[in-house]
Each structure stands twice: as C-alpha cells, then as structure tokens.
Design a protein around this ligand. Structure first.
Ligand SMILES: [Mg+2]
Length: 132
C-alpha cells in the first residue's frame, strides 16, 4: 500500500487538458478524479459532496469563476481551508503564480503540462510513495 484512497478535484476549462490531468492522476491508483469545468462548477461539485477532497488542481484562466477566485473561496471556507491546492500556470504567468501562492495555493505546475510532473506533485501532496 502506498497510501489511502484519495479524491482529487481537477478544475480546468479545456477538455483536453482536463483529460490529460485525469489520465495522469489515474496512474497513481486507488484514486477518484472529479472534474469541474470552471471555478463555479468546482464549488457546486464540492457542495454536493459529503466527504472532502484530498487535493485540488486548478487552472487560472476560466470563465464564470477563475482559479484565483476559486482559491480565495476555498481558503475562506472551513471545509476546504487546509486542502492542498495546486495551481496550473503558464511560464509567462509569474504574476498569476505569485497571486495564487499569496491567496493560499500550496504548489504550482507549469504549462505545457507533463504527466510525470503532475504525478510528482500529486504524490507529494497526497503522501504517496513514488513508484519503485
Ligand atoms: Mg484554461
């Protein structure tokens, strides 16, 4: 066993990126991936659950409610105050990254997304051992 069952919420408006993230995360095993297409959808899906999620991975630029506002909302809510949040940034998005970290993001990964990097960050934040 490398860790307990975990639920990860992926928040990304691009279906292609969402799929890439989900496929990468599924490789961890013993994992459930919830997908949301923007911040508002993420808040709705969290509100509909009785159990918390163990990790949130969110894009920044999204319609309805962007990633920065989502981070602020999650950190203001007792239920999600301590959930690790990974923000997806562009290499030109240094300002966004700094804002995200200041709002309480735990870590970040840069686009273009690479599955090994996603896995490395997710494993670390979920307390999973790396594959032998
Ligand atoms: Mg996007």
């Amino acid at each position: 066993m490398t860790g307990a069952h975990a639920t990860v919420l992926v928040v990304e408006d691009s279906p292609t990126m969402r799929q890439l993230l989900t496929y990468a995360l599924m490789r961890l095993g013993d994992i459930e991936v919830l997908e949301a297409e923007d911040g508002l959808d993420a808040l709705r899906k969290l509100a509909a659950r009785t159990a918390p999620v163990e990790l949130v991975i969110t894009d920044i630029n999204m319609p309805n409610l962007d990633g920065l506002k989502l981070i602020a909302r999650l950190r203001a809510d007792d239920a999600t105050r301590d959930v690790p949040i990974v923000v997806i940034t562009t290499d030109s998005g240094e300002g966004d990254r700094e804002r995200a970290m200041a709002l309480g993001a735990t870590s970040y990964i840069e686009k273009p997304l690479q599955a090994p990097k996603v896995l490395e960050v997710a494993r670390r934040l979920l307390g999973r051992e790396p594959a032998p």
